[in-house]
Design a protein around this ligand. Structure first.
Ligand SMILES: Cc1ncc(COP(=O)(O)O)c(C=O)c1O
Length: 380
């Protein structure tokens, strides 16, 4: 099997797994218990918070641990919206946000908030003019992911912040796909809240964090919760948190990016050399593109069929969109870019990881070209 779905999840790093197991054995106390078993666990929890705060360049007291990116995004959008509801009830998200932000926005809509979804340009970047036009004096929150999870485009956080400047609008950014790949400290300094997830950076699954900037006076939307500064209830997943912290401290972002950029170029070169495999890539200019996520289509080949055929041949990639029973819905990102149903149906996402080699890339290109050849043959 060759795995090309690292944007969906990564295998856990053996050192992080070791830490997870060790903490499970040695720090199994409940961090909220007042006796020494609990105190020992609490000490480790606060140490992890401090070290993760250091990695993000933020005050540790702003960090609350969660079960992952989805929960972090729910907590962030709802807490921001409800904290500022006296000022207004208008929330803006990009049309290409992760489904967790669309679902949080749908919940807010049901609660009487107005939601505007801003489109992307054809380069996979937020349409800044449309964003500026969407802002009203009722707008309280803007949510735009740092890196798009389907095509890997890096969103211009500074430019977005400039539009919000002096308007008292809170800025949330989902940094699940950028954390560990880009300068998190710089990005974190721009926003009022952000989310990260452990399993995208070779940490254990089921753990992540949400950060709220202490200056922003953001309160939990659900009252009387007992853990994590009131943002979340329930006994904390200390082994997972220690594993996430270890994964975050282990990341060597620049080395990884250089590795991925070389593989990405090699992939396109190999595909271009085969005229039998016409393809279209969706993404931003190089300076605004993370190289390890390749959103693309093999022209004329349905994405879901391509994914299944690849799977049959031992290549694991994704269609980058949610599959509901009997229905293959179009990628949110391509929808936000204004691309039609054909492009959406043919879309696949290939994502590279630490273990991806040039040999794997050549194998992938060969399989894609075989499948394309077979599909043309089938249709004629
Ligand atoms: C951009 C983005 N945000 C949020 C999530 C959700 O993270 P988790 O799986 O930890 O809930 C994902 C995962 O696919 C993602 O790609």
């Amino acid at each position: 099997m060759v795995y090309f779905d690292y944007a969906a999840t990564t295998p856990v790093d053996p050192e992080c797994l070791k830490i997870y197991a060790q903490v499970s054995e040695d720090y199994w106390g409940n961090t909220s218990s007042l006796h020494d078993t609990g105190g020992k666990a609490q000490l480790l929890l606060e140490n992890c918070r401090k070290r993760l705060g250091g990695a993000l360049g933020v005050p540790p007291q702003g960090i609350s641990f969660t079960s992952g990116g989805t929960e972090g995004n729910h907590l962030a959008l709802l807490s921001l919206a409800f904290s500022y509801k006296r000022k207004g009830r208008h929330i803006i998200i990009s049309g290409a946000e992760h489904s967790s932000l669309h679902s949080a926005a749908a919940f807010l809509e049901r609660e009487g908030f107005m939601i505007t979804k801003v489109p992307f340009t054809s380069e996979g970047l937020i349409d800044l003019n449309a964003l500026e036009e969407a802002i009203t004096d009722q707008t309280t929150v803007v949510s735009v992911s740092h890196v798009n999870g389907e095509i890997g485009s890096i969103q211009p956080l500074h430019d977005i912040k400039k539009l919000l400047h002096a308007k008292d609008i809170l800025f949330h950014s989902d940094m699940v796909q950028s954390f560990g790949k880009l300068d998190s400290k710089e990005a974190a300094s721009i926003v009022d809240s952000l989310t990260i997830s452990s399993h995208k950076i070779y940490g254990p699954k089921g753990v992540g964090a949400v950060y709220f900037h202490p200056r922003s006076d953001i309160r939990p939307y659900m009252p009387h919760q007992t853990h994590e500064h009131g943002f979340r209830g329930g006994t904390v997943n200390l082994p997972g948190i220690a594993g996430l912290t270890a994964a975050a401290l282990k990341v060597k972002a620049q080395d990884e990016l250089d590795h991925y950029a070389g593989l990405r170029n090699h992939f396109f070169k190999v595909l271009e050399s085969s005229s039998e495999t016409p393809f279209t890539v969706y993404g931003a200019p190089d300076a605004r593109q993370l190289p390890h996520i390749i959103g693309m289509r093999i022209n004329g080949v349905e994405g879901q069929w391509l994914m299944l055929e690849c799977n049959r041949r031992g290549i694991h990639l994704s269609t980058g969109s949610a599959c509901q029973t009997g229905k293959h819905s179009i990628s949110k990102t391509l929808g936000a870019m204004g691309l039609g149903e054909r492009a959406g149906k043919e879309f696949v996402r290939i994502s590279l990881g630490r273990d991806t080699t040039r040999g794997h890339i050549e194998q992938l290109a060969e399989v894609l070209s075989q499948i394309r050849h077979d599909s043309v043959h089938l249709l004629t």
